[in-house]
Design a protein around this ligand. Structure first.
Ligand code: GRG
Length: 278
């Protein structure tokens, strides 16, 4: 079954709730709301929010319990892409097949739209109840998105020389990409009120899946790990992480089927032979 069919309900739920969260149509100045919506729609794979929903489900919660965390993860991911595309960073003119946010709305508005998406994420998380749960989730997500996570990884990437070591590359990928995926899983589990043992399983799963995501992305782009390791070793690294991720959630039994599907989906993205870079 395709990814889109398998996750039809999650995709509908995340898009409907994102639309609602971003639908301040009459609010002034309208340009910032338009730029924020432009950055979020149409979406990409919605991988992080799908992960949040299903980590929550594996831990005995309902999708509805995970809506604020799932929204937050998708908003923070969208902000990171808007800022990453800016001339000062990757300077990309295109994102998801259309002009990047700064190309459409100008650099200043794109910076502010990114800021708007990031702060909206935390506004939504603040409504989680009980309040102790909100605080726990806020801590997890803010740490992952900040200097001990995505921002730290991005800065390490900017500072690294073209001759970085494998351990520097690991640090960059675990933080820049991995931490947000880790937090997507953890915030889903926390939204279900998960206790120590299931949290430990989800933590291990999220950690391995997060790094595997970047390794697979590097295989597709012919970048990062692919420049360091042979194709065979890069593929093996991704596969090993995916196997470990799946093992970590075995204790959930059938409740983790969708988490296993997500891990298998990553593996299915690895081209059979050396791909032309995207
Ligand atoms: C604060 C100025 C400033 C910049 C921050 C946060 C940041 C810049 C960069 C984040 C790093 C980043 C974009 C890492 C790449 C992660 C990655 C592989 C993104 C692609 O994710 P997918 O494949 O995309 O899930 P879709 O389009 O499917 O949502």
């Amino acid at each position: 079954m395709s990814y889109e069919t398998f996750f039809k309900n999650e995709l509908k739920l995340i898009d409907g709730n994102l639309r609602q969260a971003l639908s301040i149509r009459k609010a002034a100045p309208s340009i910032i709301h338009s730029a924020m919506r432009y950055a979020v729609f149409p979406g990409g794979k919605r991988f992080r929010s799908i992960l949040t929903f299903n980590a929550c489900k594996a831990c005995g919660g309902k999708f509805a319990d995970a809506i604020p965390a799932a929204l937050a993860m998708e908003l923070i991911h969208s902000y990171s892409l808007v800022h990453d595309d800016l001339p000062a960073l990757d300077n990309d003119d295109l994102r998801r097949g259309k002009p990047s946010c700064h190309k459409k709305f100008g650099e200043a508005n794109a910076i502010l739209a990114g800021d708007g998406l990031l702060t909206l994420a935390f506004e939504l998380l603040a409504d989680i109840r009980p309040a102790e749960r909100a605080i726990r989730i806020l801590r997890e997500i803010s740490t992952a998105a900040g200097v001990r996570g995505m921002i730290g990884g991005q800065v390490a990437d900017l500072m690294a020389s073209s001759r970085k070591t494998l351990s520097e590359l690991d640090f960059i990928c675990k933080n820049k990409t991995g931490k947000l995926i880790y937090a997507s899983a953890m915030s889903g589990a926390l939204s279900a009120g998960a206790l120590a043992q299931p949290l430990q399983w989800i933590a291990r799963y999220g950690e391995c899946l997060g790094l595997a995501f970047q390794v697979v992305d590097d295989i597709l782009d012919g970048d990062g790990y692919s420049r360091f390791l042979s194709r065979e070793r890069t593929v093996r690294k991704a596969q090993k992480l995916i196997v470990t991720a799946k093992k970590a959630v075995r204790g959930f039994g059938a409740k983790a089927d969708k988490l296993v599907f997500l891990a298998d989906f990553l593996e299915s993205r690895i081209p059979q032979s050396k791909a032309e870079p995207r």
